[in-house]
Structures are given as C-alpha cells and as structure tokens.
Design a protein around this ligand. Structure first.
Ligand SMILES: Cc1cc2nc3c(=O)[nH]c(=O)nc-3n(C[C@H](O)[C@H](O)[C@H](O)COP(=O)(O)O)c2cc1C
Length: 435
C-alpha cells in the first residue's frame, strides 16, 4: 500500500457461500436463510475479527426460473435485516443497499438515518443505480446507465440535504423551560430538480456524531465520475490486479478533479474466496459448486453483453475482437461487466470453456482466489503492495466451511501480517474507514 494504511475489509451477507450447488451440502443451514439468526451469527463472527463492516447487496426483482436451482435473488430487505443485526453487535459497520432508480429519496434518507440511530453511528449506504426491476415500480423501461447516474447524483444530493434538514443541534430537550426543539433550525430542503421534487424536512433528527459513509457500485465512466464526486468507497468488480490498479488510480484522479483528496475514495473489490486446507480440495470445492452450471444460460448472458450469439459459436474456436461487433451493445445491463468481458476477449482470445472458467464469465467478474488460506494471504498482500486496493469485500463461495475459513482464519492471518487491524480503535463505521 502506498500510504501504508491497513486494509479495510467488509463481509458480504449475500449468501455467496450457498451459490451453485453449495446450498445442497448437509451443513449449509439453507433453511435458515430468511431468519435473522442466520445473519447475526455471521455478523458476530465478522465483528470478532474486527472487520470494518458487513454488507448486504440488494436487488428489487426476482428471476423466477433461477429459483429451481438456488435461492438466487430471494432475500430479506437489507436495511431491516441490518437493523436486527445492529442490536446484536456493537462495533462493526452496517452497509445497506438502496437503489436510486426506484425508491423515493425521502424513504431512503429516513431508513438509513434510522439504521444510524439504531446502531449508534454504524450505518452506511451503498448507492446503486440497479440492474433491473423497473416493472415493479411502474416504469416502462429501464432508463439508460447515464440517465440512472444523472438521477443518482440528484438523489444523493437530496438525501444529504434531508439528513441536514433536521440537525441534531435543534434538539433542546429542556425540561425546565419546556422547549423540546428549536424549530427554526429545522428547515425544508425545497428541492425542485430534473428528476425529483422534495420539500422536506426529514421527520427524523440526524444522529450527528459521525457521518454516514457512502459506497457506490458501477464502474462505467459515468459511474466512476459519480463515485469520485461523493463516495467514500467503491465496491468493484476487478477480476485481475491490473483492472484494480487502473480503476483505483482513475478514481483517485477523478476525486481530485472533484476537489477531494485522492485518499478520500477507497477501492474495495469483491473477493470471491474458495478456501480449503489444500489447493486440491479448494479446486474440488470450486468444481463441485459449479457442476450444474447452466452452460447455455451463462453463454446467453455473456453473448448479450458482448453483442454476439455464443450458443452457435464453435466450442474450440477462440473469440477475438474481430468477431465482436465494432460498437458494443447500446444498453447492456451493466457497462462495467460488458467492458470487463471485452477486455478479456482482447487480451486472452478465450474459447467458450475459457469464458466459463473466468470470473468475468461466471461469478460477477470478481477477483477470485481458489486455494489455501496461505495462498489468499499472499495474493492479497501482493495486490496491496502494488497499490491496487484499499481493502476488499469478501464474497466467500463453495461452502459454509469456506466462509468460516475466510473469517476465522484468513482475516486473523492478515492481521498477523500487519495488513489488517488487530482490534477496533472505535465503534463507528466512518471511524473504521478513516483509520
Ligand atoms: C460490483 C458491483 C456491485 C453491484 N451491486 C448491485 C446491487 O447490489 N444492487 C443493484 O441493484 N445493482 C448493483 N450493481 C449495479 C450498479 O449499481 C449499476 O446499476 C450497474 O453496474 C450499471 O452501472 P455501470 O454502467 O456503471 O456498470 C452493482 C454493480 C457492480 C459493478
């Protein structure tokens, strides 16, 4: 790490360790997936090793066919879940996800501020512009990525204004005089913009001891610029070290252009960890998890992002840039993922089997380590030393055992290696990120 800070580590509570066929393992406890206890157990394990935060990604739609083979996107509401975890933990940050594409900013501002109160300053907001789900919110089509980011910028500004509209200092609670609050300090926001009209003020005072960290996901040029203007951290898909280096450098530069310090923005890639006692066992774990992967469905999704029909593509013929349409599809679900796939084609000329093995093809394009805890420590240390990351968000895969190794073995080894904190210095999310 160039500035020699410790890594910041988050734990995703999306049950990636139940992905593929992993939920079918005898010890998966898959029946508990919609219970609070299931996640409280993981959050407590994460807090025991001093992680910066637990994190719940979210989607507001349900691909029904996928339910045949796994839980997919079925999930509890992230902020409600984190409120339950707040009462069972004391130090760890609680990062919720709320979409700026569909929800009203007044509701989002209130929910996240409520979580901040209930957790004594541990809430964070992961700002997403969403991938799908417009049908559930009365929209005729999914707005383009650019339009979604334009709305996201206005939305975020409104949420911040709402948080400021009822400042904590307005509370007087003066029993002697009978004055509860100085109402002159509670101000409407009177926002009338291109996408949103919100009067305010918020009907909840700010918990003002620490700010609420903002995290963003989505790395198209519009996404990077939006992140650079407001985000304290970026949740990213960086399947290799060069991708992370490029993104981190670019975000830091863009932050400076927005008048912020380069270090104000932290790159935290998702890290998919298939961990076992030996490399062979880890490889078996990965293979067993993905044994039933629906090859055709994955090829259709990759083909859509690249603008090519891969179901008809000859199995052993390498795919090159010459085979792709000159201009990429106008509206991929995620420009970030489409760009990463094009990058892979340009660099590796992959066959279909290569595509199906790579994290860009399966696995959300996240950084992926299949190996032992020692392998993971070495690779994380290498990425950190190269200045490619400020930390990571663990998305362990394969089994509950792999998830427990990530928290119970890998994180303590990173602390022993001096890469991660050995104890909490404070009990707020913003405080952890500033260490
Ligand atoms: C690493 C990563 C994580 C994301 N997580 C979510 C999520 O939890 N929920 C969601 O609705 N969208 C999520 N998205 C989608 C982004 O918010 C964004 O809408 C999408 O990537 C399109 O923006 P882009 O063109 O900048 O990629 C994620 C995107 C990335 C790259």
């Amino acid at each position: 790490m160039k500035d020699r800070r410790k890594l910041h580590i988050g734990m995703s509570l999306a049950p990636t360790w139940l992905n593929g066929d992993a939920w079918r393992r005898a010890d998966s406890a898959a029946e508990g997936l919609f219970s609070g206890d299931y996640y409280v157990d993981i959050a407590k394990r994460a807090e025991a090793v001093h992680l910066d935060f637990v994190f719940r990604p979210d989607a507001l739609f349900l691909p029904v066919e996928a339910l045949e083979t796994g839980p997919g996107f079925a999930s509890l509401d992230p902020t409600v879940l984190l409120a339950a975890i707040a009462r069972e933990t004391s130090h760890i940050g609680l990062l919720s996800t709320a979409s700026t594409a569909f929800l009203p900013p007044y509701v989002v501002a209130r929910q996240i501020q409520s979580l901040h109160w209930l957790s004594n300053g541990r809430a964070g907001w992961n700002i997403v512009t969403a991938l799908a789900g417009h049908e559930n919110f009365g929209l005729e089509a999914m707005p383009s990525s650019e339009a979604r980011y334009e709305r996201a910028a206005e939305f975020t500004e409104v949420v911040r204004l709402l948080w400021e509209s009822f400042p904590n200092r307005a509370l007087k609670i003066d029993r002697a005089s009978g004055r509860y609050a100085d109402s002159a300090l509670v101000r409407p926001v009177d926002h009338a913009g291109r996408h949103l009209n919100v009067r305010g003020p918020l009907n909840l005072p700010a918990f003002d001891k620490v700010p609420i960290p903002l995290v963003q996901a989505g790395a198209s040029p519009a996404g990077r610029d939006f992140a650079a203007s407001v985000a304290d951290a970026v949740f990213a898909s960086t399947p290799d070290r060069d991708a992370a280096l490029e993104l981190r450098q670019d975000l830091r530069l863009r932050a400076e252009r927005h008048g912020r310090a380069a270090g104000d923005i932290r790159l935290l890639p998702g890290l998919s960890l298939y961990l076992a006692d030996t490399r062979a066992q880890a490889r078996d774990l990965f293979a067993a998890t993905h044994a039933r992967t629906d090859r055709a469905a994955v090829l259709v999704a990759i083909g859509e992002a690249l603008g090519i029909d891969l179901l008809r593509w000859p199995v052993n013929r390498p795919l090159t840039m010459r085979d792709l349409p000159a201009s990429p599809p106008e509206r991929p679900r995620s420009r970030t993922h489409a760009a990463l796939l094009r990058r892979l084609v340009a660099r590796d000329a992959p066959t279909l089997d290569d595509l199906l093995r790579r994290p860009e093809g399966v696995g959300s394009a996240h950084w992926q380590i299949v190996g032992t805890v020692a392998d993971a420590v070495a690779e994380i240390a290498d990425w950190a030393a190269a200045g490619a990351i400020d930390g990571f968000i663990a998305t362990p895969g394969g089994s509950v055992g792999s998830m427990h190794l990530a928290l119970g073995a890998l994180v303590p080894r990173l602390a022993e290696a001096g890469l991660f904190r050995e104890r909490y210095a404070g009990a707020t999310f913003a405080g952890h990120l500033d260490e």
